[in-house]
Structures are given as C-alpha cells and as structure tokens.
Ligand binder design. Structure first.
Ligand SMILES: Cc1ncc(COP(=O)(O)O)c(C=O)c1O
Length: 391
C-alpha cells in the first residue's frame, strides 16, 4: 500500500504555478456533468463570456484550450501557419525561442528579431526586421518573458505588423490577469495564456482568442490544420456551434475552476488587480535591492508578476533554493537558459501576490544569504519593503 497523498504546504513564489484560490479549489469538487449536458454547456458559455472580459475582447473565437500554456502556443501557430509562411518571432528569452521552434515545426519560414536576455526588443529593431521580410504572415512576441522578467511593449509592434500586412500574436501566458492585455483596444490578432499564473487556478487550460481577421485566415487555409486536437474550427463547433458536437472530453473540473477563477478576478476588478501586482512587485524589489540583490531585467520594462534577481557572487543557487523550501516552504524559480545559476525568478502572481508573501520571502532570503556569507544587515530588506508600501 502507498500512503494517503498529503503534499507539504508551500508558498508558491516561482514562475508558476501560483497559489490556487480557495474558491477555485472548492469549485473543482463540483460533480462531473456530461460534456454536452445543457447545464455544462451553460457553464462553458459563462466561462467564455468571463474570459472575453478578462482578455478585453469581443472576439467570437475565444475559449480555453485543453492543455497548459504551450497548448495555446501550439494552437495559435498550428492554426495560422501553413508550410512556407514567413513568420517573424521576437526572442529575448526562453519562451520566444519556444515560439520560433513551434512555428518552424509548423513549416513556417522563421525570421527572428533578437535582444539580449533581460532587455526588451526595441520597436525600431522589430520594424527593420519585419520590413525586410516579404509578405510576413505573422509577427509574434512574448508579452511577459517569464525567463527574464521583461514586460515587452506591444503597441508599436502591433502597428508595424499591421502596416506590413501581418497578423500580430501575443504570448500572454504570464500577463493575463496581472497586467492589461486589452486585445481589442490594442488590435492583437491572437493571444493565449494559461490558468496557473495570474488567474490563480491550477494548470491545465490555455485561454485563447482569435480576432475576426485571424479567423478569416484560418477559414481561407489551403492546407488542413495538422493538429486534430487543437483544430480551432473543430473546437469552435464544440464551444460555440449552434449544434454542438463532441470533439474531445474536456476536463469539467478545470472548466469549473476557470469559471470561478475568472469570477474572482472580475470581483476584485482588473484595475485593482493590476495595481496590486505592481505594488507588491515594487515592495519586493525595494527589499531585495536593500540587501544587494540586483534586478536582472532592464529598468522601465519589468513585469510586475515576475522579478528576476541576480544571484550574488559566492552564493550557491541550489543551496539557497533548497533551504528556502526546507526551512520556509517557499518555492522560487531558478534561472532558465543562460540565466541558469545566475538569477532567481520570484513570482508574485495572482493570489500569491500579497504583502505577507513579500515580507516572508524577504525575511527568509536575507537570513539565508547572511548565513551564506553575504554581507547585509538583518532586518534591512523587510524594512525597505515596508517603506515602499507606505509611499
Ligand atoms: C511566457 C510563457 N509562454 C509559454 C509558457 C508555457 O506554458 P506552460 O508551461 O503552461 O505550458 C510559459 C510557461 O511558464 C511562459 O511563461
């Protein structure tokens, strides 16, 4: 026999998953309904209506795809790209690289526009690249690059894409629910996200939305969509069709969770929620800087839900993260790619973004760093964060 499953309590301050909201977890215990039960169909409709409000869109083709954020990425690319299509992808971190990889697997002729990790991609550089590509079909950027903590400005890039006849894709996996994404106001043609970060739900669904222009592109494809599971025309029929038909058995529990999670988001109010993410990130950084931890992301372009901190010389990454878990139950992320061993990723996402967690983390990291020989005065980090909250 195995023991009953009991997971140790954790304070989730990594790059996701974040803490799931208690109401969301409760909603997940709702009994199963059939995937075409009229009550379940109503729950699906509610979820889509709530999702449109959080995305800031009236896009008809909006729904949560089964699977995590990567499923949304695959769905966006597999539906829009046909073999040989020219696609421009911005890469300034790990996830831009993943978009380029998947786009190439879809047969795209990928041109990348790159910036150093920890820096944003300047609009002029995007313009220069897009203008060199003949008839670009799609320009893709990561809004919140979770490997570096960069919040990429989108407005000019969207204009550049549209002026050159391309659709614009935004990876909003990290930003949805924590920063404005405003699909319609900005003119984003396709955006996808996840449930396990700023929406405070468990992982397993990827909300996605396509503009009317993007839908037109899908409808006018000359080649079939390679993926059956992620074929948006088939999913559209299940989620929005007049005569809904079976496509695959969706996870009722995850859809219950998302519906409740979106209700929680909208009850708080998007503006207040964005402001909360900003406020807690400001305090975290003030505390971190006060003990000599420097941000790895460029000033002016920092995503409030994910702060990257350079690991001081002489400090061992794995030892500190192991102690954070063992002594405090706190999870933070290690660096990805070229930031491995060089930076920590501290997430303050969704419900995890609160003052208690900021203070808990700062107190813990300060103590562990001092014990490892780092020079700082005990109490400095919490005091600096506290002052930042008072401003
Ligand atoms: C910006 C970004 N895009 C895509 C993904 C992939 O999402 P998932 O791990 O949920 O498949 C992540 C995951 O952290 C991400 O941060």
């Amino acid at each position: 026999m195995y023991d009953e499953l009991i997971a140790s309590p954790r304070v989730l301050l990594g790059p996701g998953p974040s803490e799931a909201n208690a109401r969301v977890l409760k909603a997940m215990t709702t009994p199963m309904l059939g995937y075409l039960d009229t009550e379940f169909v109503q729950i699906m409709d509610d979820t889509v209506a709530l999702l449109r409000r959080v995305f800031g869109t009236e896009n008809s083709l909006t729904l949560p795809v089964s699977g995590t954020g990567t499923a949304g990425m695959e769905a966006a690319l597999a539906n829009l790209i046909e073999p040989g299509d020219p696609v421009v992808v911005g890469i300034n971190g790990y996830f831009g690289g993943r978009i380029a990889d998947i786009a190439a697997r879809c047969g795209a002729a990928v041109t990348t526009v790159e910036a150093e990790w920890g820096k944003h991609i300047p609009a002029e550089k995007i313009a220069e690249t897009v203008e060199k590509v003949s008839s670009p079909k799609l320009v893709a950027l990561v809004h919140g690059e979770t490997s570096t903590g960069i919040l990429q400005p989108l407005t000019e890039a969207i204009q550049i894409a549209h002026e050159n006849g391309a659709l614009f894709l935004a990876d909003c996996v990290t930003t949805l629910g924590g920063q404005p994404v405003d699909l319609d106001a900005r003119g984003i043609d396709v955006a996808y996200s996840c449930t396990q970060k700023c929406l405070a739900c468990p992982p397993g669904l990827s909300p996605i939305s396509f503009s009317a222009r993007a839908v037109e592109v899908i409808r006018n494809r000359k080649t079939p969509i390679q993926s059956f599971y992620l074929d948006m025309t088939l999913l559209e029929n299940y989620w929005h069709g007049e005569k809904r038909g079976y496509h695959h058995t969706v996870s009722m529990s995850l859809i219950y969770a998302l519906r409740e999670g979106l209700r929680v988001v909208l009850e708080e109010g998007l503006t207040d929620r964005f402001e909360r993410h900003e406020r807690n990130a400001r305090a975290l950084l003030a505390g971190a800087k006060a003990i000599g931890l420097q941000p790895a992301a460029e000033e002016g372009y920092r995503a409030p839900m994910l702060t990257t901190l350079r690991i001081p010389d002489g400090i061992d990454d794995a030892t500190i993260r192991g102690q954070l878990i063992a002594d405090y139950g706190i999870e933070i992320g290690g660096g990805l790619g070229i930031f491995a061993g060089k930076a920590w990723r501290v997430g303050l996402m969704g419900d995890s973004s609160n003052e208690r967690n900021v203070m808990l983390f700062l107190n813990a990291i300060e103590k562990l760093l001092i014990e490892s020989g780092h020079s700082a005065k005990r109490g400095t980090a919490v005091q600096a964060a506290s002052q930042a909250y008072d401003v």
